[in-house]
Write a protein that binds this ligand. Sequence first.
Ligand code: EPU
Length: 335
Amino acid sequence: MNYESNKSLQSLNTFGIDIKAESFVEVRSVDELQNVLSKNRKTIFILGGGSNLLLTQKVKGLVIHNSIFGKKVERDFPKSIYVSAGGGENWHQFVLWCIKKGWGGIENLSLIPGRVGASPIQNIGAYGVELKDVFHKLEAVELATGDIHTFRKKDCQFGYRESIFKKKLKDKYCIIKVYFKLSKNPKLNLNYGSIKQSLEAKKIKNPTIKDVSQVVIEIRSTKLPDPIELGNSGSFFKNPEISKRQFKLVQKSYPHIVFYHLENDKIKIPAGWLIEQCGWKGRRVGNTGSHAKQALVLVNYGNATGKEILRLSIKIINSVEKKFGIKLKLEVNVL
Ligand code: EPU
């Protein structure tokens, strides 16, 4: 293992922010991880794909880059299959591997940047599917002790872009392996408006999981900037959930407001709509700005600093709150 001091994390975060880590090491196995933990006395930060991260200052302590790979069939049944993937596996490559084998359930989650180990932390979701829908269990190493613990679905306390690993257990574990239950006879989830329309436009009547994945890739590519070309971390904010009472008040003033009813009796408003209404969509401020095709994605036009992007996000939060009385919350992890 190679410890590096003052390592630039620019190529390891999708915003492309040039921030250094005091100390850095890449681990390729559970043994290596446990070895590093047993000798370390510094504050630890686990870095996966860096796709949901805004770096605003030099990272003190030790950054451990999780590169624990491996994909495996755990149990094979006539209708379903249990597969596992190492925390360092690239999420999209894992999705493509499952699709190639004919195992369905995660096709709607195609092209999400990042690594498998981060997927449960954020309970990643897109086009009507969330990670929790296919999640079986995970294994994680406790940073303080090096012990391996297993977390079942109920232990993870999944919510909308939430889990116990963003709350009580934040920065306490490194996820080394995630187990998924996939289907050999998948029930496709086409309810998200643009998926159906795109399939119809292609005249696909009986779509396969591969067709759905392809359509999701196309939709994402038209709306979301490729981090290789334009630094970003996907949605910067969460879509706010408000009470029906508050919603009625807002709707009175803004009858064209876009909204979705939730099962918990609340109303979800797309943050992108709120931000666009405040005039931020496509607006550039210095080296950063809100993306022209999807307002809730903040981008780095080149040399933006994390602080600059954070300052813009605060301006956006304030103007949305002033206009609508709704306080946006960050989806990204700010360090
Ligand atoms: N909208 C606007 N202006 C915009 C963007 C959106 O008015 O600039 C409105 C439109 O009415 C649109 C609606 O918002 O129909 C929904 O937009 P979209 O389908 O793009 O989805 P989203 O709610 O903005 C969420 C996720 C995305 C995920 C998509 C598709 C969050 C915070 N974001 O975005 O996830 O890909 O749905 O399922 O929940 C991510 O987490 O990084 C991410 C990209």
